[in-house]
Design a protein around this ligand. Structure first.
Ligand code: SAH
Length: 374
């Protein structure tokens, strides 16, 4: 039996090619796409629109859907769920489910269809945070994922598969529920650009998620920011700023040596925004390091002329991280300085800290006080 590429991750035309090579008509691609991306079946045997014989033959040929295996599931007191997802080669990443979103992303109010469902289950919208790489190569000094180093890129199918697996587990669908997606889990999406953007297209065109409900966060891979701006189908852009001057940013994010603040802010300034869109800047506040009024004033200068929105994130601590959480007073003062300058600024509520699910805490921790649920 030859090892075949999993179905998840294949585009319509790739599916058509696969069907044709098995001597099947091209319209079978439509049936397969519906089954794997909309219905989200787990095996080819479950693709009920295909003739039984064909299903058996595909299975025999070693064709698999390729959903990741849910190895572990941790549930936080705040409702956040952290999933440890394993792929065929034994590598794993984390994916996070946050009912009610993370308090930091777009939250246009809507009415209608989903109101009743929301009232029944207790959340009106939810955010899925997905990973783009196994580990990360960027080496930000405050992030636990950095401690893993980078093991490999995820394929487009593995990126889409995380979303499908969570939708299935939570029994929700983008057609009936308000689902936001953030590419803010493990890894740097712009260092796995081609697979990331292919996954985006599949998520929009096949799974049915709205572009306007997706946000990708980059540590600042400047040439990819320009490429990204040219994409016809793209999520919103978030940039991890995290420091207010080059010296400090280079210390916190060594990547700044390659793409400094001049280059980064120029890319942000030139980024072609859509109607009512803004570039989000994330800023992790580290006690006594970058959380002082002078830092806030430097940030104001950096953002001049940019249609920006700032998400302040209080450090989520972790073993091996040599920084401390900022005081509530410093967070509030920082936010006030930005707001007084007319900059839209929010403080991101930490989600799932107790289960190591919050920003910068994804390192496949399995030894925690809370027992894994399910
Ligand atoms: N590599 C991408 C995607 C990861 S997003 C990026 O860097 O943008 C993760 C977000 O969490 C980033 O904005 C990052 O700055 C932030 N973050 C990392 N470590 C953190 C920590 N310990 N506490 C709070 N936020 C953290």
């Amino acid at each position: 039996m030859t090892i075949r590429e999993p179905l998840l991750g294949l585009s319509r035309s790739e599916l058509a090619g696969l069907m044709q090579s098995s001597g099947e008509p091209a319209y079978r691609a439509q049936q397969v796409a519906e089954a794997i991306y909309r219905q989200r079946v787990e095996s080819v045997e479950e693709i009920s629109t295909l003739p039984q014989q064909l299903r058996a033959r595909l299975a025999e040929e070693g064709v698999v859907v390729g959903l990741p295996r849910m190895e572990k599931r941790f549930v936080s007191v705040d409702g956040t769920v952290r999933y440890l997802m394993e792929f065929g080669d034994g590598q794993s990443v984390e994916t996070v489910w946050m009912p009610e979103g993370d308090g930091g992303e777009a939250s246009e109010s809507e009415s209608g269809e989903s109101e009743n469902r929301s009232a029944m289950r207790g959340w009106g919208r939810a955010t899925i945070c997905i990973s783009s790489q196994v580990g990360c190569a960027v080496d930000c000094q405050f992030c636990l994922t950095a401690l893993l180093g980078v093991k490999r890129n995820l394929t487009a199918g593995e990126i889409v598969g995380q979303v499908c697996a969570v939708l299935n587990d939570q029994r929700v669908s983008p057609q009936h529920d308000r689902i936001n997606l953030v590419f803010m889990g493990m890894g740097e999406p712009f260092l796995n650009y081609d697979n990331f953007i292919k996954a985006v297209r599949l998520l929009v065109q096949e799974v049915g998620l709205a572009e306007s409900r997706m946000t990708v966060s980059t540590a600042g891979i400047v040439p990819r920011i320009s490429d990204f701006g040219k994409e016809e189908i793209r999520p919103r852009l978030a940039i991890s700023l995290n420091a207010s001057n080059d010296d400090q940013r280079t210390r916190l994010m060594p990547l700044n040596r390659k793409y400094n603040l001049d280059l980064l802010m120029a890319a942000a300034r030139e980024f072609p925004l859509r109607n009512r869109e803004r570039v989000t800047f994330e800023y992790v506040l580290l006690h006594g390091v970058n959380d002082l009024p002078e830092n806030a004033r430097e940030v104001v200068e950096l953002l001049r002329g940019i249609k920006a929105r700032v998400n302040l994130i209080a450090l989520n601590p972790g073993p091996g991280i040599d920084f401390e959480m900022p005081s509530d007073e410093n967070v509030a003062a920082f936010q006030t300085i930005l707001r007084e300058e007319g900059i839209l600024t929010f403080v991101r509520r930490p989600r799932g800290r107790d289960i190591y699910a919050a920003c910068g805490q994804l390192k496949r921790t399995v030894e925690i006080a809370t027992a894994p649920a399910g």
